[in-house]
Design a protein around this ligand. Structure first.
Ligand code: GRF
Length: 204
């Protein structure tokens, strides 16, 4: 299975996916990493792993449609089976999402459907939640609203700041994201309408 990863930043999730792909008998390989930011550290991670990189700066395009068309053109040159968003901080157009429907994954740092959008750790703290976490999901036209695949839960400790909580969540992100990619690459995971299915069974 060929995987293209889209990033905007540090790429710790990308790293977990690269590391898992390097394992024995991995069912997938990362064939390219694309960033909308030239300075994203994830590009260095990809180059270190010998993976092709591309930068497509959204500022070079007049609108989202133009940017997304360029993105599609570049991604499709790699003929991926799966496109993985790993800290990619641009909202994608419906056209883009439709083009990769059923083969586009994202990770969101909350227990979706809670806290769609930004500042999830701060919002969980302010709400007085006792638990928080991360969700891997298929991407649909609804922002952070596509069918969930796997979630990880962490406790919120009394003295947590957004930073300490984010760190605890990220440790889990680095476990569940490679797992979901692996399931997909093994042909065990698919999107069926509103639900994700693993081995033919609907996921909660
Ligand atoms: C992660 O927390 C992820 O949940 C969110 O963006 C962050 C990316 O971090 N979508 P990294 O670039 O993978 O380190």
């Amino acid at each position: 299975c060929r995987v293209v990863v889209l990033i905007s930043g540090s790429g710790t999730n990308l790293q977990s996916i690269i590391d898992s792909a390097a394992g024995e008998n991995s069912p997938y390989a990362v064939c390219a990493v694309i960033s909308n930011k030239a300075e994203a550290y994830g590009l260095t991670r990809a180059q270190t792993a010998g993976i092709a990189t591309e930068v497509i700066n959204h500022r070079d395009y007049p609108d989202r449609e133009g940017f997304d068309s360029a993105l599609i053109e570049t991604i499709d040159q790699y003929q991926p089976d799966l496109v993985v968003l790993a800290g990619f901080m641009r909202i994608l157009t419906p056209g883009f999402v439709r083009h990769y429907s059923g083969r586009l994954l994202n990770i969101h740092p909350s227990l979706l459907p809670k806290y769609q959008g930004l500042h999830t750790h701060q919002r969980a703290l302010e709400a007085g939640d006792r638990e928080h976490g991360a969700t891997v999901h298929f991407v649909t036209e609804e922002l952070d609203g596509g069918p969930p695949i796997v979630q990880a839960t962490v406790p919120i400790e009394p003295n947590d700041s957004a930073e300490t909580l984010a760190q605890r969540v990220q440790v889990q992100e680095h476990l569940i994201y490679p797992l979901a990619v692996q399931w997909f690459a093994e042909g065990r995971l698919r999107m069926n309408g509103e639900r994700a299915e693993l081995d033919g069974q609907p996921l909660p």
